[in-house]
Design a binder for this molecule. Structure first.
Ligand SMILES: [Zn+2]
Length: 65
């Protein structure tokens, strides 16, 4: 019998959350996908440190929380 704990973890780890960040250059909103860092928290997400604006291709840095 599989412990129910494993099912909870597998389901939680699959959750992806989208975050909107305004580009420093043109102000366009970019949506960055992140996944939760821990199994039991939904308040901290792992996001790429840098991303390129879809509108003006400026390099942006993800702010630390
Ligand atoms: Zn931009």
């Amino acid at each position: 019998m599989e412990p129910s704990l494993n099912r909870v973890r597998a389901g939680h780890a699959a959750v992806m959350e989208e975050f909107g960040f305004a580009c420093w250059d043109c102000g366009a909103t970019n949506f960055i996908q992140g996944r939760p860092k821990g199994f039991w928290t939904t308040t901290h997400y792992e996001l790429p440190g840098e991303w390129t604006c879809w509108n003006c291709e400026a390099l942006n840095r993800t702010p630390d929380d």
